[in-house]
Design a protein around this ligand. Structure first.
Ligand code: FAD
Ligand code: SIN
Length: 512
C-alpha cells in the first residue's frame, strides 16, 4: 500500500497542470500521478485548433465569448459557470506561457488568433495545428523538474476506494508486474479524459475509454448529460483505421468550404453561418447529406486558399493529406463526422468537487455546466485549465479543513487464474463499438436505444461472470468500463425528452 497527499489520475492538461500548481504551493507534500499509458498519451496531445480565450479586447469581449458559448450550448449551459470560465481564461493562459508553452504570434508580436465554428470573433490561441502537443510537451517538462511529483506511467486505475461516501484512494494495476496495488490519499482527483473508443470511429486516441467516469459511477458519484456526445464534422475519411485523423475546424475558420461530390456548398442550405455554424449543426447537416446521397463522405475544399499560409498554419494537416494522396492545392479532402468529445460526465461544483467527499474531477471526464448541449470549439482546453486552477485554489485555501473517515484497507490478494482469451475481448469490443455507432450516433431512434439498452445489460452480465473464473487485464477493465459508459449514454438518451444541441432523437425506428 502506498500513501500520498494528492492522488491525480491522468496526465493530460487537466491532471498535469493541477499537479504543477500543487507541487509549487506545497513543496513538502507528495503528489502522485497515476496514468495508464506513456505519460504524454492523452486527448490533450492531439488537440489541434487551440484554446478559446478573449485576448483582443478591441474587437472581442468576454460578453461575446459568453454569448457564443450559450448559443452553442442551446439553452442548457450554466450561465454563471460560463461567465466564470471565460473570465478566468487569460490568467490560466499566462500560467501556461510561464511554464514554457509557445503560441503563434503575428509579426507585431501579438498572439495570432484563429477562428472556429460558432465563434463570432477570432479568439483561438494556438501553436500551428499542434496546440495540444506543445502544451503537453511544456507542462510535462515542468512536472519532471518537480521533486515532489511522482509519475506512475503504465499504471491503470481500476476502482476508487470509498468508505461511507468518502474517497480514500484507488486500486491500480501495475502493467509491468501485473499486480493490483492500493494507493491511499486524503484527496483524489480524476482527470481521465474522454470516451471516444466506445464508438471506434473517433478522433480520440485509444486511451479514451471512459474509465474515470465508470469508476466514479461505481463509487456512487452523480453522472449527468452523457447523452451529449459531440461528433466532429471533419475527420479525414480513411477506412484503414478506427482512430480518425482530425482536419481541424480552424481550417474552415481559414476559409475552407464543405462540398458534396457534385461540388454543392450544402452548408448554405442549413445555416446562415454556413461552414462556421456550430459543430452539432454541421455534423447533423453532413449526416443528412450522406443519407440523401448514399455516399460515405463529403469534401472539404481548400483549393482556393493561400497555399503558403495554409502550410504555415496547418503543417501537420497538409502533410497528412499529402501522404494520403491528397494534394490540398488541387484535391478536395474526403471528410466524415466522427465521435470527438463528451459534454457530460462526473458532476462537479465550481471547485471541481464531486458528490463523493474528497473526490474531485476536472477536464473532459467532468460535467461542469460549461458546455450544455454542445461544446463550443476550443472551449475544452480552456475548461480543463480553469477547473484545475479552481481545484488548486480550493485546496490551497489555508482555512480548508479536510474531513476524513476511519478506514481499514484489507490486503489485496493477487490470485493466479487463467487469462481471458484476448480474441474474445477484441470481438466483444468491436460489437460494442458497432452497436454504439448504429444505435447511439448523431441521429438516435427510440427503439434502437431500447434494443441497445437490453444488449448492453446482457454484455454487462456476461463480462461480470468471466471475472469470477479468469485473471483480468487492462483490456478487460477497459471493456467493462466502456459497457458501463455505453449503458449511461443509452439510458440518459432514453430519458431525454427534448432535442437540443448535439442530441437528436426521433420516435420511429431507423428501419421505417
Ligand atoms: P486527456 O488529455 O485525455 O488525459 C486523460 C489522461 O487520463 C490520459 O493521460 C490517460 O492515459 C489517463 N487515463 C485515462 N484512464 C485512466 C486509467 N484508468 N488509469 C490511469 N490513467 C488513465 N479541445 C480544445 O479546446 N481545442 C482543440 O483544439 C481541441 N482539439 C482536439 C483535437 C483532437 C484530435 C482531440 C481528440 C481532442 C481535441 N480537443 C480540443 C479536446 C481536448 O483535447 C480534450 O478534451 C482535453 O485535452 C482533455 O484533457 P484531459 O486532461 O481532461 O484528458
Ligand atoms: C479542432 O481543431 O477542430 C478541434 C477543436 C476542438 O475540439 O475544440
Amino acid at each position: 500500500m502506498t500513501n500520498t497527499n494528492y492522488l491525480i489520475i491522468g496526465s493530460g492538461v487537466a491532471g498535469l497542470t493541477l499537479a504543477l500548481r500543487l507541487a509549487e504551493q506545497f513543496p513538502n507534500k507528495n503528489i502522485t500521478i497515476v496514468t495508464k499509458a506513456n505519460p504524454d498519451e492523452s486527448n490533450t496531445k492531439y488537440a489541434q485548433g487551440g484554446i478559446a480565450i478573449v485576448i483582443d479586447k478591441n474587437e472581442d469581449s468576454y460578453q461575446k465569448h459568453i454569448t457564443d458559448t450559450l448559443i452553442c450550448g442551446d439553452g442548457l449551459c450554466d450561465e454563471a459557470v460560463v461567465k466564470m470560465v471565460i473570465t478566468e481564461g487569460p490568467k490560466r493562459l499566462k500560467e501556461l506561457i510561464e511554464w514554457g508553452a509557445k503560441f503563434d504570434k503575428n509579426p507585431d508580436g501579438n498572439l495570432n488568433l484563429g477562428k472556429e465554428g460558432g465563434h463570432s470573433e477570432n479568439r483561438v490561441v494556438h501553436h500551428k495545428d499542434q496546440t495540444g502537443y506543445e502544451i503537453e510537451r511544456a507542462i510535462l517538462r515542468q512536472v519532471y523538474q518537480k521533486d515532489n511529483i511522482i509519475v506512475l506511467d503504465h499504471h491503470f486505475a481500476v476502482d476508487l476506494i470509498t468508505k461511507k461516501n468518502y474517497c480514500i484512494g484507488i486500486t491500480a494495476l501495475d502493467e509491468k508486474t501485473k499486480k493490483l496495488q492500493t494507493y491511499t490519499s486524503e484527496i483524489t482527483i480524476l482527470a481521465t479524459g474522454g470516451i471516444g473508443h466506445l464508438y471506434g470511429h473517433t478522433t480520440n486516441p485509444v486511451i479514451a475509454t471512459g474509465d474515470g467516469i465508470a469508476m466514479a459511477y461505481r463509487a456512487g458519484a452523480s453522472i449527468k448529460e452523457m447523452e451529449f456526445i459531440q461528433f466532429h464534422p471533419t475527420a479525414f475519411y480513411d477506412t484503414s483505421t478506427d482512430s480518425k485523423f482530425l482536419i481541424s475546424e480552424a481550417v474552415r475558420g481559414f476559409g475552407a468550404y464543405l462540398r458534396t461530390k457534385e461540388g454543392h456548398r450544402f452548408m448554405m442550405d442549413y445555416d446562415s453561418r454556413q461552414e462556421l455554424a456550430s459543430r452539432d449543426i454541421v455534423s447533423q447537416s453532413i449526416d443528412l447529406e450522406l443519407k440523401k446521397s448514399g455516399d460515405n463522405y463529403v469534401f472539404l475544399d481548400c483549393t482556393h486558399l493561400d497555399l503558403v499560409a495554409f502550410k504555415k498554419h496547418f503543417p501537420m494537416i497538409y502533410k497528412h493529406c499529402l501522404t494520403s494522396g491528397i494534394d490540398i492545392a488541387k484535391d478536395w479532402i474526403p471528410v466524415v463526422p466522427a465521435q470527438h468529445y463528451l459534454c457530460g460526465g462526473i458532476v462537479v461544483d465550481t471547485n471541481g468537487k464531486t458528490s463523493v467527499t474528497n473526490l474531485f474531477a476536472c477536464g473532459e471526464c467532468s460535467r461542469t455546466g460549461l458546455h450544455g448541449a454542445n461544446r463550443l470549439a476550443s472551449n475544452s482546453l480552456l475548461e480543463a485549465l480553469v477547473y484545475s486552477g479552481r481545484i488548486y485554489e480550493h485546496l490551497a485555501n489555508p482555512d480548508l479543513k479536510i474531513s476524513t473517515t476511519d478506514y481499514k484497507i484489507s490486503e489485496i490478494k493477487n490470485t493466479n487464474k487463467p487469462e481471458i482469451d484476448s480474441d474474445y475481448l477484441t470481438e466483444l469490443k468491436t460489437k460494442l463499438q458497432h452497436l454504439m455507432r448504429q444505435n447511439a450516433g448523431i441521429v438516435r431512434y427510440h427503439t434502437d436505444l431500447q434494443n441497445a439498452k437490453e444488449q448492453l445489460l446482457e454484455w454487462k452480465k456476461e463480462i461480470k461472470m468471466i471475472k469470477k473464473t479468469h485473471q483480468v487485464s487492462v483490456s478487460y477493465y477497459e471493456l467493462s468500463n466502456m459497457i458501463t459508459i455505453g449503458s449511461l449514454i443509452v439510458s440518459q438518451s432514453l430519458e431525454r425528452e427534448e432535442n437540443r444541441g448535439g442530441f437528436l432523437k426521433l420516435k420511429m425506428t431507423s428501419f421505417v
